[in-house]
Design a protein around this ligand. Structure first.
Ligand code: NAG
Length: 101
């Protein structure tokens, strides 16, 4: 049955949290995971100048993370922005690492 194939293909998309960052130069960066991310570098060139973030914490079969943090420096140094689940516009800021927990 085609319907069951479709459902199986969909599960990886709905089962993880996702964090989408948009930049002033129209780049979109998507990250996702199933539990605490720990500190992750965002090694993009030119550096991401983020003005919008969308965080979807829903994580099936795991505890949903509640918070995302964006940092100005690598290694999660210099917290620039922190929020919970939702879609947020912000004044543009250069982001070099992030954390989800
Ligand atoms: C992030 O980048 C810094 C500086 O380059 C490096 O020391 C650190 O190990 C990196 N962290 C991760 C999680 O890759």
């Amino acid at each position: 049955m085609k319907a069951s194939v479709f459902v199986v293909a969909l599960i990886p998309l709905v089962s993880a949290w996702s964090l989408e960052l948009k930049t002033t130069d129209k780049r979109t960066v998507n990250t996702h995971g199933t539990s605490d991310s720990g500190c992750k570098n965002l090694s993009f060139s030119p550096v991401l100048n983020v003005n919008h973030a969308k965080f979807s914490p829903k994580t099936d079969w795991h505890t949903d993370p509640g918070t995302f943090e964006l940092y100005a420096n690598k290694n999660c140094d210099k917290l620039s922005y922190r929020n919970d689940g939702g879609s947020y516009s912000m004044t543009a800021r250069k982001i070099r690492s992030y954390k989800v927990y």
